[in-house]
Design a protein around this ligand. Sequence first.
Ligand SMILES: *Cc1c(COP(=O)(O)O)cnc(C)c1O
Length: 407
Amino acid sequence: MAQINDNFTKIPATYLFSEIAKRVAQHKAQNPQAVIIRMGIGDVSLPLPDAAVDAMIAAAEEQRHAETFRGYGPEQGYDFLRNAIVENDFRAKGLNIHADEIFVSDGAKSDTGNIGDIFSIHNKVAVTDPVYPVYVDTNAMGGRAGEPSAQNVWSNLIYLPCNAENNFVPALPAEKADLIYLCFPNNPTGTTLTKAQLKVWVDYARENNSVILFDAAYEAFITEENVPHSIYEIEGAYDVAIEFRSFSKTAGFTGTRCGYTVVPKSLTALSESGEKVQLNKLWNRRQSTKFNGTSYVVQRAAEAIYSPEGKKQVRTLIDYYMENVRLIRESLQKAGFSTFGGVNAPYVWVKTPAGMSSWDYFDFLLKEKNIVCTPGAGFGTNGEGYVRFSAFGSRENTIAAMKRIAE
Ligand SMILES: *Cc1c(COP(=O)(O)O)cnc(C)c1O
């Protein structure tokens, strides 16, 4: 009889977004006239930049003709895209990353989820709380998380609380962590670390031979000078960090699918026999075995966002969402809420009024204001008592929602 990977059965059903959908559907059924504004979404709403679409059309035309047709490409991504990434995202900022340290993929969810393949199940993993659920669930699947409690707290994970009390800056763990997932600017809280605050973690990783798995999916939204766009801006990070990037939120690629992972050649970890092994080699082996590359057409679209027009169009997208987030942040503050984030990220993290639970306040906003937010408790124990507002909706809806809350 075939047997399953039992780790899968331990993972609680992803309850957050299905529960939200259920409650919204119920409210809509009872109030068919209600005009509901969705501020819970983690998906973008503006279309792809023209430069990316034009590049896809041109690439599709190449695929029509035998002379220009491309079949399997390099598993790591085409040189044209790897070089554009290196030049624009790293060299232009004085960072010493090379094309063979870039692995193009279909997005950061796959890469942050798959990276566990190259690490022993005996590593001790640290995650922030609240957290992007992919890090937790994929470690559970890999057998690294232990057993979940009734509150979905895993016995073998180290949780790093991020809340108003510590200003959303995770403290170093008491117990030694081997793998540390950090996402800054953060989803769900929209908060960031300064260079000095991130340096504390890089120093910790160097001292403890840990590896930081740095998710920079929201770097394009950074507005403040002292916030790092890449972990490699921090001295010593090349030896201790893998960085994940995504074109999803940056350039509207959520449905088009493209991202990349940076694995510096100087980054090593130990084999069972105590030998230092380059993680770049292992990730290369993992990708060329299990992945056949991102579509040629999509890689041309990603390349195009680095063209002068592409950069301008991407800036317009980001500016649009950042104006939404400013409206949300300032309106909620004016209405007397304690808000966090929303300065370097498209999310505002809001303390619920009068100590209400996340779900109670979610229900209040839904029933009384016809607004959908995301309950913070869905992202972890320390998310309780907060809700997340997303700036990815339309300007019109953002303004209307803030007016309803002010009333
Ligand atoms: C949206 C998001 C991503 C991007 O995922 P893709 O697979 O590239 O679309 C990665 N990490 C976090 C924390 C996100 O919120």
